[in-house]
Design a protein around this ligand. Structure first.
Ligand code: NAD
Length: 295
C-alpha cells in the first residue's frame, strides 16, 4: 500500500481521497478548509498544516484544485510541496488547468529533478464518489505504470493520452466540446419549446441521429475520416436547413447565437467551394482555415 498526500478536498477531491483510503492506502491530507480536512480525518486520513508537510515522506502527491495558479502555489510558494518532497516522489495533478500552466509546472519541477504527471479526470462528482472517473493520464509510460494502481482506486478506466502534457490537452478538448454542445443543445430545445413541440418527441427523434449521438461515430467514419467528401448530405443543404431554423427562430424571437455562428461556418465553406461536398467536409474546412492543411 502506498503513502499518498492529497491536496484539495472539494467536491471531487474529497470522494477521491476517501476511495484511496477505502482501498487501503495511507493518506495525508491538506486543504485550506478545516472542515474538509476533518471529514477526511474521520475516514482515517492524517491532516497536516501545509502542502509541505503533506508532501513529506509520501510517495505520491496528488493535487485536485480549482485552477493552475493554486496548483503552482501549493507546489512552489512558501510552505509548498517542493520544500519537503522527497526526490523519488511522483506529483500527480488531477485538476483541470491551462495546459501551458501545467507545462510550466512540469518544467520547473524537472529542473528540481521532481517527477510530475498531468492526470485530469472526466465525468462528474457522482463518478468521483463511485470511483468510476475517466482517468486521462499524461506522463511517461513508466510514470503511468507506477501510478496505475492508485489511479484505479479513483476511476474505472485509464486512458494513456500519449505523453507528458497530453492528459490536460485531451481534457481541454473534451470539455470544449461538451460545454459548447451543452449550449447548442439548450438552443435546440428552446426552439423546440417555442414551437410548442413536446420535448419527448424531439428527444425521440434526436436520440437516433447525430444531433444527440454526435458526429465522430456516425457521419465521420465513412466520409471525411476516409477522405471521401462525395456528398451523402451536401453542405449546400445543411446551410439551407440551418437558415430555415434561424429564420423560424427569428420570427419567434428566439436567439440562437451558437446556431447563427454555425451557419457562418457553412457559409464560409460554401464560399470556399465546398457547397457540393459532404457536410462532414466541415472538418476539412476548419483544418484549412487553421492553416493545418492547404486545401
Ligand atoms: P471545489 O471548489 O469543490 O474544491 C476545491 C478544493 O480546493 C476546496 O476544498 C478548496 O478549499 C481547496 N483549495 C483551494 N485553494 C487551496 C489551497 N491553496 N490549498 C489547499 N486547498 C485549496 O472544486 P472541485 O469540483 O473539487 O474541482 C476540482 C478540480 O477538478 C477543478 O480543477 C475542476 O475543474 C476539476 N473537475 C471538476 C469536476 C466536477 O464535476 N466538479 C469534474 C472533473 C474535473
Amino acid at each position: 500500500m502506498a503513502n499518498i498526500a492529497f491536496i484539495g478536498l472539494g467536491q471531487m477531491g474529497s470522494p477521491m481521497a476517501k476511495n484511496l483510503i477505502k482501498k487501503g492506502h495511507d493518506l495525508t491530507v491538506y486543504d485550506i478548509n478545516q472542515d474538509a480536512m476533518q471529514e477526511l480525518v474521520k475516514f482515517g486520513a492524517k491532516a497536516v498544516n501545509s502542502p509541505a508537510d503533506a508532501a513529506e515522506n509520501n510517495e505520491f502527491i496528488i493535487t485536485m484544485l480549482p485552477n493552475g495558479k493554486l496548483v503552482e502555489q501549493v507546489i512552489f510558494a512558501e510552505n509548498g510541496i517542493v520544500e519537503k518532497v522527497s526526490k523519488d516522489a511522483l506529483l500527480i495533478d488531477m485538476s483541470t488547468i491551462h495546459p501551458l500552466e501545467s507545462d510550466a509546472i512540469r518544467n520547473r519541477l524537472a529542473a528540481l529533478k521532481i517527477e510530475f504527471m498531468d492526470v485530469p479526470v472526466g465525468r462528474t462528482s457522482n463518478n468521483a464518489i463511485d470511483g468510476t472517473l475517466l482517468i486521462l493520464a499524461g506522463g511517461t509510460q513508466q510514470q503511468i505504470d507506477r501510478a496505475t494502481e492508485i489511479l484505479l482506486c479513483m476511476g474505472s478506466e485509464i486512458i494513456n493520452t500519449g505523453g507528458p502534457g497530453r492528459g490536460i490537452r485531451v481534457k481541454l478538448i473534451n470539455n470544449f466540446m461538451s460545454i459548447a454542445l451543452n449550449a447548442l443543445s439548450a438552443e435546440a430545445i428552446t426552439l423546440c419549446e417555442a414551437l410548442q413541440l413536446p420535448f419527448d418527441i424531439a428527444m425521440k427523434v434526436m436520440s437516433g441521429t447525430p444531433a444527440s449521438k454526435g458526429h465522430f461515430t456516425t457521419t465521420w467514419p465513412n466520409k471525411v475520416l476516409k477522405g471521401d467528401l462525395t456528398p451523402a448530405f451536401m453542405i449546400n443543404l445543411a446551410h439551407k436547413d440551418l437558415g430555415i431554423a434561424l429564420d423560424v427562430a427569428n420570427q419567434l424571437h428566439v436567439p440562437l447565437p451558437m446556431g447563427a455562428a454555425s451557419r457562418e461556418v457553412y457559409s464560409q465553406a460554401q464560399a470556399m467551394g465546398r457547397g457540393k461536398q459532404d457536410w462532414t467536409a466541415i472538418l476539412e474546412h476548419c483544418r484549412v482555415c487553421s492553416g493545418l492543411k492547404n486545401n
